[in-house]
Design a protein around this ligand. Structure first.
Ligand code: 1HN
Length: 369
């Protein structure tokens, strides 16, 4: 049979297979197993002022209680909306920004998604309880609510508090492991005085009575900003990482592994004027600018950021950061690296062309619908 005749016969054969809900791998192997990661996730950047203004407006429109468990506005990556999904930040990661007003209570519940909170703004008195441990929130703190732990939020202070929520919503949805349960009361009973785990674990040591306790969830639930900042000052006496500057992973003090088993969290300090080299990795990330001014080049596009902004690094996308300010910049990031590592999927590649820095082909501007 000539090649054309053969192709026709194979196409007709594929149609017959399809009628019996079968498929020919010889036509689909390339689409199933791509040579490199392929995805719909595009980078995007959200300005803090836009999010903050909308949140304050929602504070006037929406009360809290069982009808509206949380007052949160989430990052809806337009590239994921287009593919018919609810639109999280990336395929695996969800990020929202939550507002709690003085006197409010966000009622207790638990879910199988892992969650972290990173505190953006608020001058004291707001707290989360995690399985009965109450911990107060301060700007720059990272608070864990590990999967299936009861958590509620409350506010004894006088100013609105804003924080970033990060959850593995997309990952858990893909793996069909979502469970949710409301607690029968607004607040879960307290197990003792506040911030016990910070008192016990924040110095990186453990009481000898706890030697046999290790693994997940991490016993430390609040990673205080002043401790992290101090650790970065210590690191700054050494050479910066070429791709990330002075950067730390938040860790579980009993194991040295990621603070949360599935959600990775990092804080990086970029010294004034510092520019990193470009690299890419399989894991995706959501960045939040705790402090500073600069830009990140992602796949040849420049994303300019300032304090409070959020941006996405999609999987397997070249990126480099540049602190253009005259102060140190601090970037917090949420990522799915622990999952990629556990599954043996993580890979990393440095850009070698052009001295390891990308050519800027375009500059991002928000797409207003
Ligand atoms: C959640 O439980 C919180 O506890 C915030 O504050 C955001 C987004 C999706 C699912 C659960 C919270 C959430 C969430």
């Amino acid at each position: 049979m000539n090649p054309e005749g053969k192709r026709k016969a194979l196409d007709a054969f594929a149609v017959r297979l399809g009628e019996d809900h079968l498929g020919p791998l010889w036509d689909n192997l390339g689409a199933m197993i791509t040579r490199q990661p392929e995805h719909q996730v595009k980078p995007y950047l959200w300005k803090w002022k836009t999010i903050r203004d909308y949140l304050l407006e929602s504070g006037e429109l929406l009360g809290l209680g069982r009808e509206s468990e949380r007052r949160v506005i989430y990052l809806q990556n337009p590239s994921l909306l287009k593919s018919g999904k609810i639109g999280y930040a990336t395929d695996t990661l969800y990020t929202g920004i939550q507002l709690l007003l003085p006197g409010e209570v966000a009622p207790s519940h638990r879910h199988s998604q892992a969650a972290i909170r990173f505190i953006i703004e608020g001058s004291g008195g707001a707290y989360t309880t995690v399985n009965g441990e109450k911990t107060y929130m301060e700007r720059g703190d990272l608070i864990l609510t590990p999967p299936w732990t009861w958590h509620d939020h409350g506010h004894e202070g006088s100013e609105p508090v804003f924080w970033m929520d990060g959850l593995d919503v997309g990952l858990v949805k893909t793996l069909t492991g979502s469970f949710f349960e409301p607690y029968h009361d607004d607040k879960y009973p307290l197990s003792g005085p506040p911030d016990q785990s910070t008192a016990r674990y924040a110095s990186g040591v453990r009481a000898i009575s706890e030697r046999r306790k290790h693994g997940y969830p991490s016993p430390l639930i609040n990673y205080k900003w002043h401790h992290i900042r101090q650790a970065l000052e210590g690191l700054s006496r050494f050479e910066p990482d070429p791709f990330d500057g002075f950067a730390v992973d938040y860790i579980n003090p009993t194991s040295g592994g990621s603070a949360d088993a599935r959600l990775g969290t990092t804080m990086q300090k970029l010294a004034a004027g510092y520019r990193t080299q470009a690299h890419r990795h399989v894991h995706s990330a959501v960045y939040h600018v705790l402090e500073g001014t600069g830009y990140t080049v992602i796949n040849g596009r420049k994303f300019e950021w300032e304090t409070g902004d959020f941006f996405i690094i999609p999987p397997w996308s070249f990126h480099e950061h540049h602190n253009t300010g005259n102060q140190d910049a601090y970037l917090f990031a949420l990522n799915d690296r622990p999952v990629m590592e556990l599954l043996g999927l993580e890979q990393e590649e440095a850009m070698t062309e052009n001295g390891g820095q990308q050519l800027v082909e375009s500059v991002f501007t928000p797409e207003t619908v």
